[in-house]
Every structure is written in structure tokens, then in C-alpha cells.
Design a protein around this ligand. Structure first.
Ligand SMILES: NC(=O)c1ccc[n+]([C@@H]2O[C@H](COP(=O)([O-])OP(=O)(O)OC[C@H]3O[C@@H](n4cnc5c(N)ncnc54)[C@H](OP(=O)(O)O)[C@@H]3O)[C@@H](O)[C@H]2O)c1
Length: 258
């Protein structure tokens, strides 16, 4: 569905209840999250956003699920947020799932000699810049008084204190940068959006395309299924433990040092 097509149904949506947004919606963990969110009777609409959706109207089989295509340019992010704002969507959950560790051109660096400027730029763009553009534009979309939990997928490897093994420069540093950007944004949001809580989430090593090439040395009981991670995350949010403006938590609810 394109942003323009959303207004037609906005009246019915306004009456129907709360909305969840899932960005980076083809991530394996995001797909599991969306399945569970569509079963949540408290949510009237799930807005899924991905590079990989077609830009034609696509409501899928489930009318509760509404798909938006985005190339994650600031123009596209701003247009979608403008539409959400004019629809007065009551957003109570946001999940930003985007993340890159490797692709056909880049691999995580084992040593300092492997660092390439273009790889650093790309990984920072996907892991830190794109999530922050959403946080920037969502500020005008999220209601000031309504409680909303904004979950952004980071990684324990982005913890500066926890860095004992080195390596994976771009991924590690981009997630640290993401954490700092979010911490800074949370301070600003707290001034106007007191009911918005940020969760920086570490899913644990999860069986997805992102971790696939690196699963060899992970013991089976430490390699999670996306379905398990999605359930853990939703349980963490439902438990109401997110009482600070921002927390950096793992899949089991444990605090991660910054
Ligand atoms: N799997 C793990 O073991 C693990 C561990 C720690 C943290 N994480 C984090 O968990 C999150 C979800 O990852 P996943 O494991 O579910 O990975 P995945 O299935 O490989 O999904 C990749 C995600 O990144 C987005 N993405 C990939 N390349 C992109 C690009 N060039 N531009 C913009 N977006 C791009 C995709 O969005 P589209 O839908 O738009 O394609 C999708 O949301 C990531 O932030 C990851 O860093 C994963």
C-alpha cells in the first residue's frame, strides 16, 4: 500500500484501536513478530515496512496487516511518517529491525587491516543512520501522552564495556553508535514524549540470514529460533518493566552494560 492509499480507511482505523509499526519487516525475527502482532486483539493494525515490498497496494491476506515499501531515503521515511501523522494512527509499538553484518561485498573485519571505508559507511548507514532517521521523523507521529514502546534491534557486540574479543569493527561500532544516538534521542523525547520508552534490544544469536555464516561455533542451545526471540521480546514489553526512558536489554530481560 502506498502512503496515499492509507487515508481512505483512516476513519475506521481511528476507531479501531492501537497500531504497531515494524520496520525492516522481512527480517526473519520481524516476520515472527508480525505473525504474533497480527494475533494480538489489542492491535487494530500492523504496519510493516520493507525495501522488499512492492510499491503497489498490498494488504496481504490479513486485512490487519498493511505493507509499505520504502527505500529508506529520508524522503521516503518522511513521506510515510507524514501519512501516519495525518491518519492520526495511535501507535503503541514500534520495532526497527534493520541490520547488516555481511553481504556479497562485505564481511565483518577480523583485523584492522580489513577495514575499508566503503564498508564502514555502508554498515553505519544501515545499522545507525536509517534507524535514526525513523526516530527523527516518528517524533511528530507518536502521541505525546500515549504510551509507546520503541524497540530498536542492536546487539550485545555494540557494548563498549563488553568488548573483550575485538574484531567486527564496522558492525560493532555501528551498533555502539546506534546506542549512543538512541540514548541522546531518548533524552530529547523525554522532554515532550514522557510516555515513550526506548528498548535497545539484543536478540541473542538467532538463526537468520544475518548470522548464518557465523553459526559454526555457536552451540545449539545458544542459537535461537526467530519465533522464540519474538516471543521473548513481546513478553518483555508486556511485563511492563520498561520504566526508564531507555534500556539496553538482552532477550532474557538482562541489562547489558553500555
Ligand atoms: N540474528 C542474530 O544473531 C542477531 C544478533 C544480534 C543482533 N541482531 C540484530 O537483529 C536485527 C534483525 O536481524 P535478523 O537477524 O532478523 O536479520 P535478517 O533476517 O538478515 O534481516 C535483515 C534486516 O536488515 C534490513 N536490511 C538488510 N540490508 C539492508 C540495507 N542494505 N538497507 C536497509 N535495510 C537492510 C532488512 O530490511 P528489509 O525488510 O527492508 O529488507 C531486515 O530488516 C538486526 O538489527 C541485527 O543486527 C541479530
Amino acid at each position: 500500500m502506498s502512503p496515499g492509499q492509507m487515508s481512505e480507511n483512516s476513519e475506521s482505523k481511528k476507531q479501531a484501536g492501537q497500531v504497531a509499526i515494524v520496520i525492516g519487516a522481512t527480517s526473519r525475527i520481524a516476520v515472527s513478530l508480525i505473525e504474533r502482532l497480527t494475533d494480538d486483539a489489542g492491535l487494530s493494525k500492523i504496519i510493516a515496512i520493507s525495501r522488499q515490498f512492492s510499491d503497489k497496494a498490498e494488504s496481504g491476506l490479513n486485512h490487519k496487516l498493511c505493507r509499505f515499501q520504502s527505500d529508506y531515503s529520508e524522503e521516503s521515511i518522511s513521506k510515510i511518517c507524514e501519512q501516519l501523522r495525518s491518519d492520526k494512527a495511535e501507535i503503541s509499538r514500534v520495532f526497527i529491525c534493520n541490520g547488516i553484518l555481511h553481504d556479497a561485498q562485505l564481511q565483518p573485519e577480523k583485523r584492522i587491516e580489513d577495514i575499508k571505508a566503503e564498508n564502514l559507511h555502508k554498515v553505519f548507514e544501515v545499522n545507525a543512520v536509517i534507524p535514526m532517521l525513523w526516530i527523527k521523523h516518528l517524533k511528530d507521529v507518536l502521541a505525546k501522552e500515549q504510551g509507546c514502546v520503541v524497540t530498536v534491534f542492536s546487539a550485545r557486540i555494540g557494548s563498549i564495556e563488553d568488548n573483550r574479543r575485538g574484531g567486527w569493527y564496522s558492525y560493532r561500532a555501528s551498533k555502539s553508535a546506534l546506542n549512543m544516538l538512541l540514548k541522546t534521542a531518548a533524552i530529547e523525547y523525554e522532554r515532550t514524549h514522557k510516555a515513550t520508552k526506548f528498548l535497545i534490544f539484543h536478540p541473542g544469536t538467532t538463526d537468520t540470514p544475518l548470522s548464518k555464516p557465523f553459526q559454526k561455533y555457536v552451540s545449539q542451545n545458544k542459537l535461537f529460533e526467530p519465533e522464540f526471540v519474538a516471543e521473548q521480546l513481546l513478553a518483555l514489553i508486556a511485563a511492563g518493566r520498561l520504566d526508564k526512558s531507555i534500556q539496553f536489554l538482552a532477550w532474557d530481560g538482562a541489562d547489558i552494560p553500555w
